[in-house]
Structure formats: structure tokens, C-alpha cells
Ligand binder design. Structure first.
Ligand code: ATP
Length: 209
């Protein structure tokens, strides 16, 4: 699904993260590591939002740096603390993402209903609670036809029912070939989500456990 070759991310002269050689088959991965270890840095690099040294290859042939547009169409990212222009409505943001990513197998209404976001998407995001914003950001990450979905701290601010619904969505999408890389400091429920593997970021290096 994805391979890293001599990947290094520096902030200025400071090395933040190194992934010398790692190949992951399709699956659901939990990225673990203490505060400041480099998890968000890893997801931002994978989302194509940060420059880095080395190579990231998706599905054996899409190079994140040589084919950035094709790559970004296949990689979706939900940030830990979503922020959007306050005057836009949820529906307007969804339309923007659909215009960029193209339609996918899941209808917006179905995703919104499953995540419990259906009732408020016509109002501006400036009026949303943190949990409502989080649901919208997850909905946006599930749009299009991604090979890989990156979820940074998806559990924070979600109510219990929505966590269960999100696990269900992840499992359904995984069954159709979509992979996930998820960071969370909370335990991912093993009954809710069948993990393929765990990745550990420590001493500025990411390895598979
Ligand atoms: N824009 C930046 N400029 C300089 N240093 C940065 C920048 N962003 C992150 N860092 C540094 O990179 C390291 C990794 O940060 P990162 O946000 O990836 O950690 P994290 O594992 O996601 O942490 P947390 O669990 O607290 O969210 C930290 O030492 C942080 O200070």
C-alpha cells in the first residue's frame, strides 16, 4: 500500500522524524508515540503538506513528490483540531471537497447520517461545537476514492455513539480496500476495529512493532 525509503523530515536544522525503510501492506494501522514524538509530522508528510527528504510511494507507483496531484487524490487527511473559515457551511465545504476529490462510493447523506452530522450541515461552521466540527472533518476525509485515509486523533471530542459509528465506517471502507493510519493517545477498541498493525514513533524514528 505504502512504502517509505530513506525518509527524513527536518524543521530547520533539527531532525524531527526518520523512516529509513518501511513497507506497509493494505490495512488499518495505529501510530503510537509520546507527545512530540513525530506522529502529526508523519501524517502531514503523508498528506503531502510538508516537504521532506526521501521517497514515499503509494500503491507501488504513485510517488508523492513526482506525482503530487495524483497522489493527493488518493490520500485523505483529517487533522486533530479542524479549523475552517467560520462563514462557510458544512455543505459548502463538502461541495469544495467533492469538486477536488471527485465523487466516491458513499453518498454524503449516508455518511452524514452515520456520523450524526445530518442535522446541522446547512449552518456556518462558526456555530459548531468541537464535536460537530470533528464529525464534519471525518466526513470530509471519507469523501472521494482514497487508497489511504490519515486520521489524526479522531477520537477526541466524539461521543460514544459516534466513535462506534466511525469504527463501523472504517471497517466497511477497509473491506473495500481502503487503508487507514490513525494516531490516538486513547486505546483503539479491538472489538470495534481489527488492526493490521501498530507503528511506533520513538527517538525520532518510526518502526513497525
Ligand atoms: N512547524 C514546526 N516547526 C518546528 N518544529 C516543529 C514544528 N512542528 C512540529 N515540530 C516539532 O516536531 C516534533 C514532533 O512534533 P509532532 O507534532 O509531529 O508530534 P506528535 O507526536 O504529533 O505529538 P502530540 O502527541 O503531542 O500531538 C516536536 O518536537 C515538535 O516540537
Amino acid at each position: 500500500m505504502i512504502s517509505f525509503n530513506q525518509v527524513e523530515k527536518y524543521y530547520g536544522d533539527t531532525l524531527a522524524l526518520s523512516i529509513p525503510q518501511l513497507t506497509l501492506e493494505a490495512g488499518i494501522y495505529w501510530i503510537q508515540g509520546e507527545n512530540g514524538a513525530g506522529k502529526t509530522t508523519c501524517l502531514k508528510m503523508l498528506a503531502g503538506l510538508l516537504p521532506f527528504k526521501g521517497q514515499v510511494l503509494l500503491d507501488d507507483h504513485i510517488d508523492s513528490r513526482k506525482a503530487p496531484i495524483a497522489y493527493r487524490k488518493k490520500v485523505n487527511y483529517a487533522v486533530a483540531e479542524p479549523l475552517y473559515p467560520e462563514f462557510l457551511t458544512g455543505h459548502e465545504l463538502i461541495q469544495l471537497y467533492l469538486d477536488t476529490k471527485g465523487p466516491g462510493p458513499y453518498a454524503v447523506e449516508e455518511l452524514a447520517r452515520t456520523l450524526g452530522a445530518g442535522s446541522y450541515l446547512q449552518t456556518p461552521v462558526g456555530t459548531y461545537s468541537s464535536g460537530m466540527l470533528k464529525k464534519l472533518s471525518l466526513l470530509l476525509a471519507f469523501l472521494g476514492n482514497p487508497s489511504l485515509i490519515l486520521l489524526d486523533e479522531p477520537l477526541i471530542t466524539l461521543d460514544v455513539a459516534t466513535v462506534a459509528a466511525m469504527y463501523g465506517l472504517i471497517s466497511r471502507m477497509h473491506a473495500t480496500g481502503v487503508s487507514f493510519m490513525i494516531t490516538t493517545h486513547q486505546a483503539l477498541s479491538e472489538e470495534g476495529l481489527l488492526l493490521t498493525g501498530t507503528l511506533q514513533v520513538a527517538h525520532k524514528t518510526m518502526v513497525r512493532l
